[in-house]
Design a protein around this ligand. Structure first.
Ligand code: CS2
Length: 437
């Protein structure tokens, strides 16, 4: 039987009618579905918070989901598989349908816009700013939609960035202000008074699904699902900021609302994402394909531990349970039932390393320490992009740096961070680490 609301009603005798749209999402990928859609589904018992989700580049995912009335199966993969049907997404749209996006964001009933558009999707330059005259597509769409919301006189709204960037809400707010400032004082004043930019730290490992997963869902649930999502049992969501038009009670599913998100962000971004990127390049250079394979390799494990020691040196000792966090990460990375491909994590390395690894190295160097763990992570990326096919939204910049005259390794490191590239002892450590691969 196909997975649809009508078929589920017949099979279960329960009501599966969709909630009204109150959340609009940009970036309908697996992570959004395993994370924000799952949190919303968990807590929205009265069905008040439907999500209208827009895809990133292609319409395929929207087409698949719409054929299932937005429903999909979430496979939570620990020692065994757990299956649940998530019903919080009630409409899926092609991301290129800017009219539909604008109309939905402008509607008075819409209370929240969430984003998972990847680090590179914001088009931030090295200082975390955007060029208002040359906005990344998602930023241009959001600005246009917020302008329409003002024209419609709709009430204040929350915009929630859910990407792995430090101070993501603050940076997004700064980007939108840079656009609105060009439109005049009144527009800027409207933005400041009516749009709350919420910062978040998000966490749930969500690998790509395989054809085998489609068959597993069909045989376990009896429903044919063209687009299930696989995820790990762990999940975390820390948020900081106001929701002027209300929100689902996400805290009931474990989300934490905090005043100061900075340390939580760094803990997640540095320890999890930083070591993920290290494993993505070093692991692939050593012939591994998944995180679980790479972390089982003593050499990779040692490099991750060295890198974590440098990260932890720059996190507060109190309040973050860093030893427990590290132990949990090792267990999560070692989950052999989750095939988290290193190739998936390796995408967009130039942007990712600049926020996951460079800040730790700079903090260590500022303390007068060496940052050999970070140097190794960056060296692994240098080696990888030098000898392998790679996918990066800044690929042209990476290739230009590699072909430019002068010190090739230093040129490549400067794509990630110019200050690190100019530090001779750091560059020595990068070059030494290159010999390891
Ligand atoms: C990964 C993240 O692909 C990547 O860059 O590091 O997607 C990571 O799996 C998530 O942030 C986990 O919460």
């Amino acid at each position: 039987m196909k997975l649809t609301r009508a078929n589920l009603e017949v099979a279960t005798g329960q009501d599966f009618s969709p909630a009204p749209v109150r959340i609009v999402h940009m970036g309908l990928g697996a992570f959004h579905r395993a994370h924000q859609a799952w949190y919303t589904d968990e807590v929205d018992v009265n069905r008040e918070w439907g999500i209208a989700a827009f895809t990133g580049r292609t319409a395929t995912e929207a087409e698949k989901l719409n054929q299932q009335d937005g429903l999909f199966t979430l496979i939570t993969r620990g020692d065994t598989d757990k299956f649940e049907v998530i019903q919080s997404i009630v409409e899926a749209h092609d991301g290129n349908d800017t009219q539909a996006f604008t109309d939905l964001v402008a509607k008075p009933s819409t209370a929240i816009v969430t984003l998972t558009i990847t680090e590179a999707g914001y088009g931030f330059d090295k200082s975390g700013k955007v060029d208002p005259a040359n906005l990344a597509p998602a930023m241009a769409r959001l600005a246009k939609a917020l302008i329409a919301r003002r024209t419609h006189g709709s009430a204040p709204i929350a915009v929630v960035s859910c990407d792995n960037i430090p101070a993501n809400g603050e940076l997004l707010g700064r980007a939108m202000r840079a656009v609105f400032i060009e439109l005049g004082d009144e527009m800027l004043a409207w933005l400041n008074a009516n749009v709350s930019f919420v910062s978040t730290s998000i966490d749930r490992i969500t690998p790509k699904i395989t054809d085998a997963d489609l068959a597993i869902v069909a045989s376990a649930t009896g429903f044919e699902d063209a687009s299930p999502v696989v995820t790990e049992p762990f999940s975390d969501w820390v948020l900081s900021g106001d929701f002027p038009a209300g929100r689902p009670a996400w805290e009931k599913a474990g989300a934490k609302f905090v005043e100061n998100i900075h340390d939580f962000e760094n803990r997640k971004l540095w320890l999890l994402n930083g070591s993920h990127s290290l494993l993505a390049y070093a692991g692939q250079l050593r012939g591994h394909q998944t995180v679980a394979q790479a972390i089982a390799d003593e050499a990779c494990l040692g490099w991750v531990q060295d890198f974590w020691t440098e990260a932890v040196n720059n996190l507060p000792i109190v309040g973050l349970d860093l030893d427990v966090y590290r132990a949990n990460l090792l267990a999560r990375f070692s989950n052999g039932n989750i095939a988290h491909r290193l190739g998936q994590i390796a995408i967009d390395g130039s942007t990712k390393l600049s926020v996951r690894v460079a800040p730790i190295a700079l903090a260590e160097l500022a303390k007068g320490n060496r940052a050999q763990g970070c140097a190794l992570a960056i060296a692994a990326w240098v080696k990888f992009v030098s000898n392998n096919e790679f996918t990066d939204s800044r690929k042209a910049e990476v290739e230009e740096a590699s072909a430019a005259s002068g010190d090739r390794v230093q040129n490549l490191v400067s794509v990630i961070n110019e200050e690190l590239a100019a530090n001779s002892s750091f560059m020595e450590d990068v070059k030494r680490a290159l010999q390891l691969f």
